[in-house]
Design a protein around this ligand. Sequence first.
Ligand SMILES: Cc1cc2nc3c(=O)[nH]c(=O)nc-3n(C[C@H](O)[C@H](O)[C@H](O)COP(=O)(O)OP(=O)(O)OC[C@H]3O[C@@H](n4cnc5c(N)ncnc54)[C@H](O)[C@@H]3O)c2cc1C
Length: 305
Amino acid sequence: MTAKDVKEIFDRGLFRGEIRFDEPMSAHTSLKTGGPVEIMVFPEDPLSLKNVLSACEREDIPSFVIGAGTNLLAGDAGAGGVAISLREFRSIEPTRDEGVLFVGAGTPLAMLLGFAQRNGYAGLEALAGIPGSAGGAVYMNAGSFGTEMKDIVVSVSVMNRHGDMEILDRDSLGFAYRRSNLPEGSVILSVNIALGRDDPDAIRRRTREFLEKKRAAQPLGEASAGCVFRNPPGDSAGRLIDAAGCRGMRAGGAEVSRVHANFFINKGNATCRDFMQLMQAVKARVMEHSGVELEPEIKVVGGND
Ligand SMILES: Cc1cc2nc3c(=O)[nH]c(=O)nc-3n(C[C@H](O)[C@H](O)[C@H](O)COP(=O)(O)OP(=O)(O)OC[C@H]3O[C@@H](n4cnc5c(N)ncnc54)[C@H](O)[C@@H]3O)c2cc1C
């Protein structure tokens, strides 16, 4: 899709929302890396999204979805094609089923937790401090302190690359540790989640306790993308990185956190290349020290050259 195609979609009234050209990915990722993406769209409704996806399909242009960008490492040279942000799909509504909420994919998890606290919906407390969007959290099966998205998801509505919508129930999403098996190119539009009911004060207290635990163990105030590597079966990547003596290791502006060794921090002007170098170096040290091959949890978008 070229700027001309985008303009045509706009001019024909087929798109509601914002469109930006050469938009720096660094402004949309918590690691603050990433060069410009050719086109970034912020559709305001499913039909606008459908028209963009159809144009991409017709013109054979790559597209990818970004949520809150808190699990992404974006390439220094940027990315071709179209980045789709669901930030306008932001809503939380109770459904007719007791305890079930309909949540727009672009809703920040923090906003969802705030709603749940105020209105007495229990079950999300352990996710406090995860900075992603609802859609990203479903895609990644985000979790902490023993609660994962898979425990509360009832179903999701998705749009496939051809622009067709369907409802997928929890069992068809193939949830596993920090992953789902959403069909390639599908966009999550909304998720229905099932929660219990409890006293708002009790929910607020539990949320605060989880958040305090997290603040003590993770560098929440620094620029990171959460855990860089997946935990290998039966062990923790953070423990292995620590045991291999990698805390504080640096490559350019990227540093292994001294608070949580599986968090890598952008200390200022780190590039994607810096993070990739640091990941390679840490991976090699862990392999040498414990014989375990670490696998990345963060998702790389775009390239470096
Ligand atoms: C300080 C910090 C703490 C964190 N703590 C935790 C933690 O405790 N537990 C945990 O699990 N994670 C944690 N994370 C990682 C991250 O917040 C989660 O993985 C989160 O679920 C990512 O959501 P996002 O909206 O930012 O997704 P993004 O990073 O934007 O995208 C991640 C992936 O999801 C896909 N995606 C996003 N939205 C959609 C959609 N609507 N439809 C289809 N695909 C989509 C993207 O294409 C990409 O492949 C932490 C991150 C940070 C920065």
